[in-house]
Design a protein around this ligand. Structure first.
Ligand SMILES: Cc1cc2nc3c(=O)[nH]c(=O)nc-3n(C[C@H](O)[C@H](O)[C@H](O)COP(=O)(O)OP(=O)(O)OC[C@H]3O[C@@H](n4cnc5c(N)ncnc54)[C@H](O)[C@@H]3O)c2cc1C
Length: 498
């Protein structure tokens, strides 16, 4: 059985260096900027231990004496892919799709690495044994792995080694008998402050000259010299669960990772001074594709939640039955069904890593198209809901306390209501809607859906690579080849045109 939520929370009290507003946070499980979200993650672990959901969320691998989180399991049949999706779905429903980087995300990525371990046999460094050890450690310990695999923006026109200073991006500064010392920064550690380990690497291709920056390793959060500088906390600014129902509980945090001369033992290094392997481990194993399986399932859940929200809002406003509103709701429902169908289609048209009995993964073309679809669609979904909600989203009392105030309470009850929806119910609904659509938390989610899987100039050409452009060009060419100038009525030649 995986560890309990309580065991997970206790593991976070390890002296990790999390910084917020100039303060070194002593304990993320108690700090008002982090504690509720830590508890939401702990609740996921507890779900995996519950008799009713254990079979969905965990699996006992063949020959193993204990169960692991299903996200860590390597699927070898289409049915196992579907089982994994049911696990993703169950966890994503617990946060209504708002915890993007729940522990199953990187777990699925690590299962992707071990599905094609030979990729880790680099030219000068063989990371296969270290990968196997990471997989054992993480799956048997049900670890929450975060990852930072993007270099800070600084200057996107220059290679890592051409930046103004050498140590802006994580690089190796010292080699020792027992390991290496690394220095520099990476962005963005989503959920990292709640993690057990962080995988540090680079998903973008690096030029040959950046060999010092071409490495991947996984270290515990309390590694000396490792620092996380948190963005503003939405959880800390939430008044209450009633007033900020999502941001008060599902603020998964994003942090800049700084390695201030962090020692990494050799056994924690996965790729080393190798630009090819450092890149290929993400794209030539099913790791990235497995990320999409979790993310696309979560996106489907999020659209279920938002479509449900649109239905409740329009019912509360008594606009639900109006024909234009029915049209807008139909559009939302259609988008939700597209998101769902893409997951199911990508599973049905699964692919196999080369080799008999090997791992299966989502269909690459569909997974890759999903990344683009979701990033483009999400802002449209939000815009559609805002149009449906109208000014009620803004004309809300500052907090639920106004409802209980002796003088204000009756006024709010009288004026903030609609037929069949008393004030408390309406305010509760609209505050949930604002948190999902208009708050700072909501804006961060819009940016997340657009960028968590990379920038468009990277992933859109990837769709072209995953597809078969020659086949499509040949198909259209076959249309062109089906007629000739000579076939013009009255015969060919330019005379026929005059
Ligand atoms: C909320 C959130 C959470 C995230 N979580 C994580 C995480 O947990 N782990 C992690 O590793 N990363 C994470 N990321 C980072 C994410 O991986 C990056 O945002 C993503 O890779 C894009 O890189 P960038 O933001 O530096 O954008 P850039 O590469 O700087 O691109 C930004 C824009 O600049 C323009 N541009 C830049 N370069 C080019 C070019 N060569 N050609 C054309 N146009 C260009 C484009 O308009 C592009 O949209 C997260 C991001 C967000 C927003």
């Amino acid at each position: 059985m995986p560890r309990s939520g309580q065991d997970y929370l206790e593991s976070l009290r390890d002296g990790r260096a999390v910084w917020l507003d100039g303060e070194l946070v002593k304990d993320v499980t108690e700090h008002p900027a982090f504690r509720n979200t830590a508890r939401s993650v702990a609740a996921l672990y507890d779900m995996a231990c519950e008799p009713g959901r254990r079979d969905i969320l965990t699996v006992r691998p063949e020959g193993a004496d204990r169960s692991v989180l299903r996200a860590y399991h390597v699927p070898r049949t289409a049915a196992e892919l579907v089982e994994r999706r049911k696990a993703f779905k169950t966890w994503s429903e617990a946060s209504f799709g708002f915890l993007g980087r729940s522990p199953d995300y990187m777990a699925a990525g690590t299962a992707g690495f071990v599905s094609a371990p030979d990729i880790f046999a680099g030219e000068g460094f063989d990371g296969r044994d270290n990968l196997a050890a990471l997989y054992r450690r993480a799956s048997e310990g049900s670890l929450y792995q975060a990852f930072t695999i993007t270099n800070p923006q600084i200057d996107r026109t220059r290679a890592a080694s051409e930046q103004e200073e050498d140590d802006l991006y994580v690089r190796v500064v010292k080699e020792r008998d027992d390991g290496i010392v690394v220095r520099g920064a990476k962005m963005i550690g989503t959920g990292a402050v709640f993690g057990d380990e962080v995988v540090v690497g680079t998903i973008e291709p690096l030029p040959r000259q950046d060999v010092e920056y071409a490495l991947t390793f996984s270290v515990p959060l309390d590694s000396p010299g490792l620092k996380f500088i948190s963005r503003t906390s939405y959880e800390a600014h939430a008044r209450s669960v009633f007033d900020n129902p999502l941001s008060s509980r599902f603020d998964e945090n994003d942090a800049l990772l700084v390695c201030d001369d962090v020692f990494v033992p050799w056994e924690r290094v996965l790729t080393y001074r190798d630009v090819d392997t450092t890149f290929r481990m993400w794209w030539f194993t099913p790791a990235y594709n497995n990320f999409v399986h979790q993310a696309a399932t979560r996106f489907w859940t999020k659209l279920e939640f938002l479509t449900g929200l649109a239905i409740l809002l329009t019912r509360a406003n008594n606009t639900y039955a109006l024909p234009p509103v029915q049209m807008q709701l139909g559009r939302l429902m259609g988008w939700l069904n597209i998101a769902k169908s893409m997951v199911v289609a990508a599973e049905t048209m699964y692919e196999r890593v080369a080799g008999e009995g090997s791992a299966v993964h989502l269909n690459r073309e569909i997974a890759s198209a999903h990344r683009a679809m979701a990033g483009d669609l999400y802002p449209k979904v939000l815009a559609e809901l805002k149009m449906l909600a109208g000014g009620g989203l803004i004309q809300l009392p500052a907090s639920g306390y106004d409802l209980t105030h002796p003088e204000l309470g009756p006024l709010v009850a009288k004026y903030v209501r609609s037929p069949g929806t008393p004030a408390e119910q309406r305010i509760k609904l609209l505050k949930l809607a604002w948190d999902a659509l208009g708050s700072e938390f909501a804006s961060r989610h819009e940016q997340y859906e657009r960028f968590y899987h990379g920038a468009p100039h990277v992933y859109l050409p990837g769709i072209l690579r995953d597809g078969d452009p020659d086949l499509l060009a040949a198909f259209t060419q076959s249309c062109l080849d089906g007629y000739r100038l000579e076939d013009l009525p009255g015969g060919g030649g330019t005379d026929a045109l005059s």
